[in-house]
Structure formats: structure tokens, C-alpha cells
Design a protein around this ligand. Structure first.
Ligand code: UVW
Length: 323
């Protein structure tokens, strides 16, 4: 079967009351409202083609340790891991449990479709208003589980390596923008050509900065910071993302796009609210980048099994890249 035929950015049909570029309705089938947006592009044919990436037998986990970010910003709670010693509590068995409390936005995550509504209207993917969202479990991360998780071909664009090759000095804790011409130049230098349904990962250097700095510096620039490296929020990037027909996008940056977003080109608005596309943040791409260098290949088979949370907003990706 051939790829799903989608209109180009310029030909996206108008949606009443919404700006140009809204994909609501495109994935609806036989009058049934769609719940999973661009994940519809992960067809069985796309997955079967992606398995051709498995040639070396190596794999890399893309979740950062669950206690990172240690001291999150934006008022989010710190991750907590508590161990229960059942033996100490009088059990005759030798046994431990662990209890984990996290805000799903504080570490490696997929932003789900219930995380972010369009800034101008308060409408989430496929037209659900913010004030109605909690009365339904529609467009939750559990719908990703129901469809079989997120499986396809991952492609890494490594901006850290590109910046080093081209003597570009930048501070990941500033609103440094990775522009479209640079994304395209990285793809050329890495020998990457995209296919419909690819899962695009961008390594910005955010996590490398975090790994290299002290707890005090992290508190100053992350917990109390407000500007971060990321993909440029611009019309040309939005057009390119849509016309590439990615199934999902992600990366190591805290907001994926250069933060804070600037309207009208807030990538969260387009990616999550208008397209229904999962948006990955704070993925640990350090070992992945090293493996790509070793293999001299920036594409791989990717699996992700997000938490099966009813009405889920976001989830650790539980993603693995297989070479
Ligand atoms: C940030 O926290 C920067 O973005 P999000 O709310 O998408 O996690």
C-alpha cells in the first residue's frame, strides 16, 4: 500500500475559526473523530520498511534517569523515588517495592495531545476546548497504547556535532534558534533523506549542558531559568515540518522549540494542537549520537511504549533506538 495522501502545507483545507495550517478532520474516518493525529502515518507498511534499519543488533535507551531534571522549573514538583522494605515492615518474605512520583513534564517525555491547546482559541487537537477537556478522556496518551504504541523509523539531526564542525559557539541556556537552513544542512552532511512517517529527533545540546554543570548552576539556569535552545519557531519551519509528514518529533531540549515560543509561530500550537503530533522533550540523545557516529548512520528503528494512562496528558517515552 502506498503512503497516506496528505495535502501540502499550502493546500491544507481551511478550518473555521482556526489559522491556516490546521489538520483537524484529515485523519477522521467514516464520521469518527480521530484521536491520534499524525501517528496515523505509522502504517504497517511504514513499520515494515523501518525494520530494514535493524542491521547491527545494537540498541540505545532514550529515557533520561527518572530523577532528572532533579530540580524542575515552571513550578513542577521534584521527582521522588521511595523504596519500601517489606522485610523491615514485618513481612516474612525478603522483598522491596519502589514508589515513584513524577510530573510527566519534568523529565524525558512525550507531550501528549491533552498537554497543549492552541493559544488563540484554547482548543486542543480536533477542536476540544480547554474547559471541556477534563470531562472526556479523548485524545489521551492511552489512545497511543490502543493503537500499538509508537513504532517506526527514527532520524537524528545532531546539531551539537554540526556546531562543533562549523565552530558555532552557543549557550543552550539561551534562546538559541536552530533554523531551517541549518536543519537541512545537517541532514545533507549526515546523508539523511526523510520519508513520510519518520520520527524526527533533534539534538540541541541541552542535556549535554545539564550533564556538565553543577547542581548550583542547574538551579540557576534550569529551575530559575526561562530561555532555552531549540528549533526555530517560524513559518518556514512549520511548513517544512508539515510537508515532511513526520509522524512525531522530539529531542533533548526542554521545550523542543527555542523557548519561550513567540506567537504566531509557537511550535507547540501547530505540532500538538493543530496537527495532533506527539512532541518529545528532554530525551537523552547522548549515547544515541555516539552510536550514530560509530555506525555512520543517523537513522534507526525506534519503539516507544508510553504509559497507558487513561486520559493521559504526557508520558515518559520508554523509547529504544535499534540499529
Ligand atoms: C516546557 O516545559 C519548556 O515545555 P512543556 O510545557 O512542553 O514541557
Amino acid at each position: 500500500m502506498s503512503d497516506l495522501q496528505l495535502p501540502s502545507w499550502k493546500n491544507l483545507p481551511p478550518v473555521k475559526g482556526m489559522p491556516h495550517g490546521c489538520a483537524w478532520g484529515l485523519f477522521d474516518k467514516e464520521g469518527i473523530r480521530d484521536e491520534v493525529g499524525t501517528l496515523n502515518l505509522l502504517s504497517p507498511e511504514t513499520v515494515l520498511k523501518a525494520r530494514e534499519e535493524i542491521r547491527a543488533g545494537t540498541s540505545v535507551v532514550l529515557n533520561w534517569p527518572i530523577d532528572h531534571v532533579h530540580e524542575p522549573g515552571f513550578g513542577r514538583i521534584k521527582p521522588v523515588i521511595n523504596i519500601t522494605d517489606w522485610r523491615a515492615k514485618g513481612s516474612s518474605w525478603y522483598s522491596y517495592d519502589d514508589e515513584i512520583s513524577i510530573n510527566t513534564q519534568s523529565g524525558s517525555q512525550w507531550d501528549g495531545l491533552r498537554h497543549w491547546g492552541h493559544s488563540g482559541t484554547g482548543l486542543y487537537y480536533n477542536g476540544i476546548h480547554h474547559d471541556e477537556l477534563l470531562q472526556t478522556d479523548r485524545i489521551g496518551t492511552d489512545h497511543w497504547s490502543k493503537r500499538g504504541g509508537i513504532v517506526g523509523r527514527g532520524v537524528l539531526l545532531d546539531y551539537v556535532a554540526y556546531a562543533a564542525r562549523h565552530n558555532i559557539a552557543y549557550d543552550p541556556m539561551s534562546r538559541h534558534r536552530i533554523t531551517l537552513d541549518v536543519l537541512k544542512a545537517i541532514a545533507v552532511e549526515q546523508g539523511v533523506t526523510f520519508r513520510q512517517g519518520d520520527i524526527l529527533l533533534v539534538r540541541s545540546g541541552w542535556i549535554r549542558w545539564y550533564n556538565e554543570h553543577s547542581p548550583e548552576e542547574r538551579i540557576a539556569r534550569v529551575k530559575n531559568g526561562s530561555e532555552y535552545v531549540g528549533v526555530d519557531g517560524s513559518e518556514e519551519v512549520v511548513e517544512w515540518l508539515w510537508d515532511s509528514h513526520f509522524a512525531a518529533v522530539g529531542g533533548d531540549a526542554i521545550g523542543w522549540e527555542a523557548w519561550p515560543p513567540q506567537l504566531p509561530w509557537c511550535m507547540h500550537d501547530f505540532i500538538l494542537a493543530l496537527w495532533g503530533m506527539p512532541l518529545g522533550e528532554l530525551w537523552d540523545l547522548e549515547a544515541l549520537a555516539a552510536e550514530c557516529e560509530r555506525q555512520q548512520r543517523w537513522s534507526f528503528f525506534l519503539t516507544s511504549a508510553p504509559l497507558n494512562t487513561p486520559g493521559g496528558i504526557a508520558s515518559p517515552p520508554n523509547a529504544i533506538a535499534v540499529f
